[in-house]
Design a protein around this ligand. Structure first.
Ligand SMILES: Cc1ncc(COP(=O)(O)O)c(C=O)c1O
Length: 415
């Protein structure tokens, strides 16, 4: 069969597809230890809450109304309005329903945004999205309709006490010129758990404004929901910021709801793209989230249930890893948010691609670090020495998985 150029590009077996396949295979393979995918944890309190909310919404007709009707292309009116009010009241942001559009998951929101801004321009030039710091979220990697739409920069590495380290944006290196269409960063970052500091965000905002390009902040794990963020930082938005959020990490990845908070021009563009590509975004997630806002539960559950759950899990995973792997070449990125730990095995004689294959053969799924160095032109040893591990599994699974990782890493260093 002959595919178009678009068809060829999107028919690739990309990193993100491999990840989703592994997740799917792992979920069906008895005994597999899933430290790879990005599925949020099944938090019992949240599952009970969704159960109860479903009963209430079934009884009051909201659930059937969401199933049986199309929303408009911008997304469910009631939710968009409630969300605008929530942000105004919580943070004093000057926004209304004209600043919010919904997509079928924030992943498709990024596809829209990147292709709206980057790639071949009307004047024939080619623009890229600047990722100030690689490693960055694997899901951006293949999202361009045109090839080569990202440029990224290696971070500064700060070595911290207790076997930890932290990445910082190296502002000396960043070059923003006419070839840059937007700046984008996930905060908290998937895969590393890094949280860009308030100072870094303000500097990026200034840089973006100076060059008249938007700053895209991927807030899939951030404030005020799901609030999987342990660093003491402020959320950020202004009319030059495109803040992307999601219901997935609240525990609702199946409803596929992404939220884009931006100026009116971007909101109109997203709405128009929704109309062409999906008619309308799904109504079900927004119906649940609207219910949660009306009851005053959205921010409360994020702060009182979701955040402490993940924070405690992150600390426990660091403890288990540091007990199991005592080699001083091993470091962990300081866990400041998101649902992953980023492990660095300095001087590892094999790539983490190879380590991934060895671990998979023993039933442990992690994600090799190489995938996350999107937009990098130069080779960098560090990119072959890191891996991403999620910490949402129960303690027994975590211990088993970590024991196997420790054995394979020791073998690799010895060999
Ligand atoms: C940083 C980041 N952004 C965006 C997404 C996409 O999430 P969704 O499409 O489920 O909203 C993810 C999913 O894991 C993520 O980790």
């Amino acid at each position: 069969m002959q595919f178009s150029k678009f068809g060829e590009k999107f028919n690739q077996y990309s990193g993100i597809t491999q990840l989703m396949d592994d997740l799917n295979d792992g979920l069906r393979t008895p005994g597999a230890i899933m430290l790879g995918g990005g599925n949020p944890a099944a938090i019992p309190t949240m599952l009970d809450y969704f159960h109860q909310a479903s009963d209430e919404m079934l009884a009051n007709g909201e659930l059937i109304a969401a199933l049986a009707n199309y929303d408009g292309p911008q997304g469910k009116d009631a939710f968009v309005k409630a969300l605008a009010r929530l942000f105004r009241e919580t943070y004093g942001w000057d926004i209304s329903e004209k600043n919010i559009s919904l997509t079928n998951g924030s992943q498709s929101g990024f596809f829209y945004l990147f292709n709206l801004l980057a790639g071949k321009q009307a004047d024939g030039s080619h623009k890229k999205v600047l990722l100030p710091l690689a490693p960055e979220y694997i899901g951006y990697g293949d999202a361009g309709i045109d090839e080569d739409i990202f440029i990224s920069y290696q971070p500064e590495i700060e070595l911290l006490d207790n076997g930890l380290f932290k990445y910082h944006v190296d502002f000396e290196q960043l070059t923003v010129d006419d070839s840059i269409a937007a700046i984008c960063a996930s905060r908290p970052t998937n895969p590393t758990g890094n949280v860009l500091t308030d100072e870094e965000i303000h500097k990026l905002d200034k840089l973006a404004r100076q060059h008249n390009i938007p700053l895209i902040i991927d807030n899939a794990y951030g404030l005020p929901f799901p609030n999987i963020i342990f660093a003491d930082v402020q959320p950020f938005w202004n009319d030059n910021t495109i803040l992307c959020m999601s219901l997935s990490k609240l525990g609702l990845p199946g409803v596929r709801c992404g939220i884009v908070i931006a100026n009116e021009a971007i909101t109109t563009a997203m709405t128009n793209m929704n109309g062409i590509i999906s008619l309308a975004p799904s109504s079900v997630g927004p119906a649940y989230a609207n219910h949660m806002i009306e009851k005053g539960d959205l921010l409360k559950l994020s702060t009182e249930v979701i955040k402490p759950f993940y924070q405690q899990k992150a600390l426990r995973a660091v403890e288990l890893l540091q007990q199991a792997i005592t080699d001083e070449r091993f470091r962990i990125h300081k866990p400041e948010g998101a649902i992953f730990l980023w492990l660095w095995f300095d001087e590892l004689p094999i790539t983490t691609m190879e380590l991934y294959a060895r671990l998979k053969a023993r039933g442990v799924l992690i994600v090799p670090g190489e995938y996350f160095f999107i937009g990098q032109e130069e080779g960098w040893d560090h990119a072959h020495q890191c891996l991403r591990m999620n910490y949402v599994q129960d303690d027994e699974m975590m211990q088993k998985g970590i024991t196997i990782i420790a054995e394979e890493v020791a073998k690799a260093y010895a060999g």
